[in-house]
Ligand binder design. Structure first.
Ligand code: FAD
Ligand code: NA7
Length: 543
């Protein structure tokens, strides 16, 4: 028997792109009473936390933004091909203000627990300060890349300089003229390296796995380009929704080995000149992430560029990546060129691992102490489920999310879990593989539609079935088998976190296929979900 109405219709956790859009959708379009919480002191999520020098989008800016605001969609965000952190944050602030969301977002508030009350059919969320709120629905927009990973390296806490993670960059930290070390050469590390090399006294790069990096072709838009986008933005977005990764370009349908070596090189060179990692991997040929021979051809092209660019043969050798080119592809401004600068040096941790961090810097196994003022950890994130696992989330029957995911994290459609009714994840485990903003809009639009359908029908209990969750997770695993992304350890499959159970966390069939699947599920009356009134649901469980 449901007797106490909850305080809110919905609570949104997170005020990044996912949380902002969910708040807008549920509040302004569905007319629900919604409150959002974020532990950050400002809005923007990723774009609030990641303020390191060089932070910017690596998706092209024209499609790394919301599409729902038709008044502003024709105007690029910022002046450059990629959106700088500050421009992105300002853009998200402007969205929050324009849609009247700010007063509904409570910042500086960590949500530490979420407990489902089966009698009331509601969630009780509790903050770090012990304040509790109830809601019928909870949207967990916790961020696929928001649980920072700081490796436990011996002596870490003894360092007398500043030790920072890129995703918690302190506002007062300037690296200008300093001796700076950076651990990590992923998307973040390479962005940081390119920016830092311009201002620091000395930059020491501690590289564990050499990176495949292509140019990003970043530059300011010309007036002609802006005018062209204004005129054609609808076509650009139509392309996004029907493409594989939603990157704003049409992916190639041509297999790499179906053309001559000369032609392959010409196509790779054209992509190299244009810039952008996603284009390099997907606009060139259709099978670089699937066919080992195609993958090797792309990898070999990048290696040939490193040989051409890097003047010191020993540095070039250390920078040379091997194995599959199958992590989230990375592009940057002049990454390899940076290593020709006199103030930049490279330490290969495969050859000389870190023995320990000392009060003065980093001591490597060759006995060299690299003296530093600032040590930057660009060491990434415990991605997708990491933030969930840090919380005390208890669903039906008191099951914790850790118990539910004890054999690896899964979901139904990247949004829902059996035994966690009325909880909708934005980019949870087994989510769509895409440029994130269109993926986020796809998910939020879809579960908002599901909530509306349920409420219109007098139902307020929405739960994925066990079978639907298992089948979707297995489907993701099966598709992943055909992808080289599952063959290399990275944050995409949990292989970057020691001891974490590996599973490719994406539905790698891509955005268009995902949207089609969502349409089918909706068309079949939200197949795989049980929609009930709370009391009915309890009867069903007891039957
Ligand atoms: P986030 O932006 O991570 O927001 C989640 C929010 O939830 C955070 O503010 C966090 O503080 C809050 N939160 C989490 N747990 C709690 C809790 N328990 N209580 C209260 N608050 C909580 N993706 C792309 O597609 N293209 C790109 O070019 C791209 N560039 C990136 C660059 C960087 C440096 C990084 C780190 C990521 C990038 N990403 C990119 C991925 C990026 O995370 C997403 O594109 C997008 O910003 C995710 O939005 P979100 O709202 O889902 O999560
Ligand atoms: P990534 O891609 O996970 O990169 C992390 C980097 O840190 C990578 O080079 C790692 O080396 C390195 N790393 C991690 N642990 C260690 C230890 N213990 N020692 C040395 N080096 C280490 O994170 P990013 O932040 O760059 O990118 C994540 C996403 O955020 C990306 O998609 C962007 O959109 C922004 P490894 O390769 O594992 O050997």
């Amino acid at each position: 028997m449901v007797d106490r109405p909850p305080e809110f219709d919905a609570i949104v956790i997170g005020a990044g792109m996912g949380g902002i859009y969910a708040l807008h959708k549920l509040r302004n379009e569905l007319g629900l009473d919604v409150r959002a919480f974020d532990r950050a002191a400002g809005i923007g999520g990723t774009w609030w936390w990641n303020r390191y020098p060089g932070a910017k989008s690596d998706s092209e800016g024209l499609v790394y933004r919301f599409s729902f605001d038709k008044d502003t969609i024709a105007e690029p965000v910022g002046d450059n091909r990629y959106i700088d952190q500050a421009d992105m944050q300002a853009y998200l602030e402007s969205v929050v203000d324009k849609f009247g969301l700010r007063e509904h977002i409570q910042l500086d508030t960590s949500i530490d627990s979420m407990v489902f009350d089966e009698v009331q059919g509601t969630w009780t969320v509790t903050t770090g300060e012990g304040e509790s709120h109830t809601a019928r629905f909870v949207v967990t927009a916790l961020g696929p890349l928001s649980a920072v990973y700081v490796p436990d390296i011996k002596g870490r806490d003894s360092f007398r300089g500043r030790l920072v993670h890129t995703a918690a960059w302190p506002a007062d930290l300037s690296i200008e003229g300093k001796r700076v070390g950076v651990v990590g050469t992923g998307s973040t590390g390479t962005q940081f390296i390119c920016a830092a090399a311009k201002t620091v006294d000395r930059l020491t790069v501690f590289q564990r796995t050499a990176q495949y990096c292509v140019p990003n072709g970043n530059r300011p838009f010309t007036e002609e380009e802006k005018a062209e986008y204004r005129a054609n933005h609808q076509d650009v977005w139509a392309e996004v929704w029907t493409s594989y990764v939603g990157g704003g370009f049409r992916e190639s349908q041509v297999a790499a080995m179906s053309v001559s070596e000369e032609e392959r090189r010409r196509i790779f060179q054209a992509a190299w000149d244009k810039g952008n990692a996603f284009r390099f991997m997907l606009e060139t040929f259709s099978d670089i992430a699937r066919d080992p021979a195609a993958n090797e051809a792309a990898g070999e092209f990048i290696r040939s560029k490193i040989k051409e660019i890097v003047k010191d043969p020993e540095t070039a050798r250390k920078l040379m990546p091997s194995g599959y080119y199958a992590r989230r592809p990375v592009s940057n401004e002049d990454y390899y060129e940076v290593f020709n600068q006199d103030n930049v040096s490279l330490v290969s941790l495969k050859e000389t691992p870190i023995r320990e961090i000392t009060p003065n810097g980093v001591l490597t196994e060759d006995g060299v102490e690299h003296e530093l003022d600032v040590l930057v950890f660009a060491t990434g994130f415990d991605a997708f489920d990491g933030t969930y696992r840090q919380m005390d989330i208890r669903g039906r029957g008191g099951v914790t999310i850790q118990e539910h995911w004890k054999d690896g994290s899964g979901s139904y459609l990247g949004m829902s879990c059996h035994r966690f009714p009325n909880m909708f994840m934005v980019f949870g485990p087994c989510t769509v593989f895409s440029n994130l903003p269109p993926g986020i809009e796809t998910q939020v639009d879809w579960f908002a539609g599901l909530i509306k359908t349920a409420l219109d029908d007098g139902k307020s209990w929405i739960e994925a079935t066990e079978d639907a969750e298992r089948t979707w997770t297995t489907t993701c695993d099966q598709i992943a088998e055909h992808s080289l992304f599952s063959k290399v350890d990275s944050f995409i499959n949990g292989g970057n976190i020691p001891g974490k159970k590996k599973r490719l966390q994406f539905y790698v069939a891509g955005l268009a296929a995902y949207r089609k699947k969502l349409e089918e599920v909706m068309g079949a009356g939200y197949e795989g979900f049980v929609l009930d009134a709370p009391a009915e649901s309890q009867d069903r469980q007891m039957a």
